[in-house]
Design a protein around this ligand. Sequence first.
Ligand code: ZN
Ligand code: ZN
Ligand code: ZN
Length: 357
Amino acid sequence: MPPPPTNLLRPHSAPYTSGRGLFLTQKVQPGQLVLHVPSPLVAVPDDRHLGSCCSWCLKWDAQGAVGVEKKKGVKVQQVQQQQQEEEKYPDPGIEDIDDDGEGKMELVRCSGCRVVWYCGKECQKYDFTPRRSHSGIHKFECPIYSTLNGPPHNRVLPTSVRVLMKLLLLYNNNKQPPSWWPSILQLESHATKQLSHPQRSEMLPVMAAAAQHYSSSFSSTSTTSSSSELPSELILSIYCRTLVNSFSITTPLPASTTTATTTTTPVEILGTLFDPLLSLFNHSCTPSCLLEFHGREVLVYPLRELIEGEEATIAYVEVDGVGVGERRRELRERWFFDCMCARCKREMEEGMKMGEV
Ligand SMILES: [Zn+2]
Ligand SMILES: [Zn+2]
Ligand SMILES: [Zn+2]
């Protein structure tokens, strides 16, 4: 039996936001593991990387585990040795997984839908076996992808729709309403702001309706809950929640961002990760913790000694050497909140004083 996942955090209402945050249940030292999530609720490669990233473990290409960052700015594990110049699409004919145990990671395609790819039989099995609510759901999405991927459309659903559809399929295929469902509904949605956003307002209801339609059309017969019976407004609000609470899975950041030049290879987003517990981390421009992602496994470490009851925060954006105005603008544009962390308050006060001189 593997040891139970570490969790030295508990949710509680946060002092500087309208929502909740995660707080230490005991004193911790730098380097001590405070949270271990072996498998988040949903983690998917984006459309462009479906053929170059394992759809279960998220290993990317041939070199090993991917580097992933929380949302935009947090530097994390850097295992990938080099970036492939072009996306690699293995021969579509290879559809039987054959592990040779050596050499490069070969991705092979699901023969059912011909959309998702895996690095080996083990990953395919996990993605097909819904042992727990967190386990694979591809068994149920495979016929949907297969239908859409066939003529005349030959379509693959956008990444954010695939994330929402996985949630709805997990909901549909639980015998009772899943335990994580209420924790999603408690997350901040910023629905009003998102639905009045000029670039988002029209597409959001269309995307949410598509996920509801497809997830309902192939539901398990043994299901006792069905996303088709959920109000479309609720599905839309859940979609909004996933959009502002997801993590971006990226290729590794440059080894040193402080020496980055204009010629640095840009970080490439590989996919999206959503988990209601991880979504409770609040942002701070002086974060107390760092998230590391090893494939789909998530580890959280403190950046300094933290006392019992202290909030565990992370940085959603790059904070080193970035001015208060730029940080707050980026947070407002993407996450729809005005950062009022101690550093922002101090720097704004200093800025005002400077302005008065
Ligand atoms: Zn894999
Ligand atoms: Zn499939
Ligand atoms: Zn701040």
